[in-house]
Design a protein around this ligand. Sequence first.
Ligand code: SAM
Length: 690
Amino acid sequence: MSIANPQNAKFSNVITPAKIDWQMDDTGNMVPVSDEFGDVYFSHADGLAETRHVFLAHNQLSERLTRLAPKQCFTIAELGFGTGLNLLATWQLWRQLRDTHSHLADARLHFITTEKFPIPYADLTHILALWRQRAPELSRFIELLLAAYPPLIAGCHRLSFSYDNLTVDMWFGDAADSLSKLAVSHQYSSVPHIDAWFLDGFAPSCNSTLWADSIFAQMQRLSGPRTTAATYSCAGIVKRGLKEHGFQIKKVKGFGRKREMLTAVMIDADGFDASHDNVNVNIDQDIDRDDKYQKTTRTIFDHTVVIGAGVSGLLTAWSLANRGITVTLLDKSAPLAGASGNPRALLAPKMTPIHHVDEHLHTIGYLYSNRLYRDFNQKASQIDTAPVLEPTGALDLLIKSNVGTEQIADYPNEMATTLPAKQAQDLTTLKNQNLLDNLYLPESGLVNPQALKNIILTHPLIRFQQLEVNKITETEQQVRIEGIDKNHDTITADNIVICAAFESHQLDERIFDCRKIRGQLSWFIPTVEQMANLPKIPLKYNGYCALFNAQTGDSELNTVIAGEPYLLLGASFIRNDTDTNVRDEEHQISRDKLITAIPEMASIVPVDTSKWQGRAGIRTQTPDYHPIVGQLAHSQRIWTMSAMGAKGYALAPICAEALADMMLGSFAPLSEAMLARLSPNRTRLQTPLV
Ligand code: SAM
């Protein structure tokens, strides 16, 4: 992984994991100490009480969270995630408040945290085991945090704990860099801001970067009037930094034997006109006006129409519904009737050299989708549907890849690694293939679109309606959608999101008229003899193949028989062809790709494909290969998410989160630069394709 490669030292965005030392504290307990900074993460005896005193109480969290209105989101930003103790304490408080205040059922908490030296999973497990013993009330949250803890690579890792209305964004990398990537663009319908800061760097004497001018400047940029901050430190550099960047500070009694600590409130935020209100704030006075401010600046709306029920539309509906928005999901035929309705999709990332990973949508999307689909698996068992993600792992033969084995070695092994050839042979059961170079993706798997659809459509706020839309009219107050049907149905909504893939342009000409690519997948039932010789895990080459067992429900979308095994082969790639009839010659194309990559399959996979089944869909692609996500030019209420190419199952979940955040005025899990690359109005989309 990355630290092993000294070459990576020159890249500031390549993660060096924390090295943990254990030392005895003055109460005789062993405590974790950062090898890098030589300081303790927390005091064993009273670390949790200190967290509650400094960060929770002195940001007045209980009071402020209790006052949230339905659907309102409160955003906390933390400098220094460390062991996650602050998050765990905040999470516990949030759950307690939601359990006792029914009006918080739809309110949300967004916890954004930064960490330059994330703690490896094994050390974190060990550290948090201490807190399980000392504070059993944290046990459940520790379990959930560890289950979602991301691999230690740079960039934003979004963890969605939707049952708690809690979103955690872990930005791995230098805090000043990460904060500078948060978008507060005024182009969106409302401007996000941080409500409370937890300043929890190690002591300024040993950790100057977390108390630098660049940090305070970001705090000013990202705060609104009456944003608060709290820190245990009263060092001069902290007081000065806060004061010079718009905060009014106050020393208050510190925790335990500590004489003092600092609280602060923003009175002069960048980009906000504080003059409309009395800014002569007393930190001790209640922060009622904070709520008033939020209600007037953050957009809260009730009803959104999503047009198109493919993977983009389904995931957009899911992200909005989880924020309390009622969604009407429209499609001219049925959910997953188009290119997203394949029997299975292989969730395996396109890799990039590690120093590009923090801005690499495929990796960010893959990791987020992987976490989401594993959460969906738990929901699936509750509603008696098949699992959404079958965790098979996958082996990439590196025939068409952006990375070689040297670059794969920079990744954490649990995410991507190269297997010894013998092990790769055992795993695949291929006999004659040279498997010296390979990319093994242990967390990869097969997505079951039908199961995903079942789960999303059980959300109480999502309603599917079949309607072929032929007219969209935007006024200042609403959007009107008219359909072609015998009743001349008209639907009104606060917003619409167009997720109609290659037909999006027909619904609104401002959406780029993308390249259309026909892709056909093929599948057949192998004989017992063939089965014995087929690769046992999904393989990627310049196509892919995967064995799967058809599940109950699969036949709603495709010609398969529940309980039977299939070999799935993909895919053809025919430009400017929008016909969706299954073609025998494209079964041959997929067979040829397999045999060219793995010659020993020639004698196993039959030449006669006349009994094969298939499905052809139209994929939509932009000239720069990025999807289109965002608000349309000169519109307040029309948004789009489309052009996922063949990567919808990897990209749609994170793009839907970013879109919902932009619509609601929250911080997106993608950098400002990435959001610009995805914008429907980007320069690259100003010239039509020829
Ligand atoms: N909040 C943590 C908790 O609840 O366990 C404790 C944080 S610890 C006191 C400070 C953290 O800041 C360390 O994990 C350290 O690695 C991190 N850190 C130090 N310099 C940083 C920087 N420039 N950017 C981001 N994180 C940094």
